[in-house]
Design a protein around this ligand. Structure first.
Ligand code: ZN
Length: 201
């Protein structure tokens, strides 16, 4: 699967990212990228392909937390297959497939595996990408890279700090949506569970 989760508009940046990501993206994914680019509208194919992000293909990136075989076996037995694939197989759900994309209630988004609190609803925004999007994270979210240049250029995978489950990606193109932090956490809904805030008395 391929997820296109960033819309950085600078051509020079896009070209650079394209060169970087093409090196690690197999051809079938490039085809999928082009199709998704057509759906996204407004972006040139070059720019869209350049800022696309492969999710599950290839080796885990450097710095990714190591999940032991015992932990994998535990989560494989406990989680539904689709959730396991996202959280512990570095998978990606199809865009607009999660009901949490449209979740607007107050509350907290937690890890679907271990229940760690990950995102406050107050930081959720409508990115139009088809994945739940947030401009800030709670302490339970751990980027694979802490290098902001990496976030800006190719994005960083983010994981649950407790169970190390894969959640999605972090980019620094939040300025396109005028988010307060310029950050965009692009998260798979299957990696999340939503806990509504108690109704006000
Ligand atoms: Zn977790």
């Amino acid at each position: 699967m391929v997820k296109i989760r960033t819309l950085a508009p600078l051509v020079t940046l896009a070209l650079w990212c394209g060169a970087a990501s093409a090196l690690r993206r197999p051809l079938p994914q490039m085809v999928a990228v082009t199709r998704r680019a057509a759906l996204s509208g407004g972006l040139s194919a070059v720019a869209a392909a350049a800022v696309a992000r492969p999710a599950s293909a290839g080796a885990a990136p450097a710095g990714e937390p190591v999940v032991s075989a015992d932990e994998l076996a535990y989560w494989r037995a406990k989680l539904p297959k689709a959730q396991y694939r996202i959280l512990f197989g570095r998978g990606t759900e199809p865009a607009f497939s999660s009901p949490l994309v449209k979740e607007k209630r107050r509350g907290t988004f937690a890890c679907a595996a271990c229940g760690t609190s990950l995102f406050a609803s107050s930081t959720k925004f409508d990115s139009g990408t088809g994945w739940p999007s947030f401009y800030d994270a709670l302490d339970g979210v751990q980027p694979v890279s802490d290098n902001r240049a990496v976030w800006a250029l190719i994005g960083s995978e983010v994981h649950c700090a407790k169970c190390k489950g894969h959640l999605g990606d972090l980019f620094m193109d939040g300025y396109l949506w005028q988010t307060p932090t310029a950050l965009r956490y692009c998260i798979d809904g299957l990696a999340l569970s939503f806990e509504p805030a108690p109704a006000a008395a």
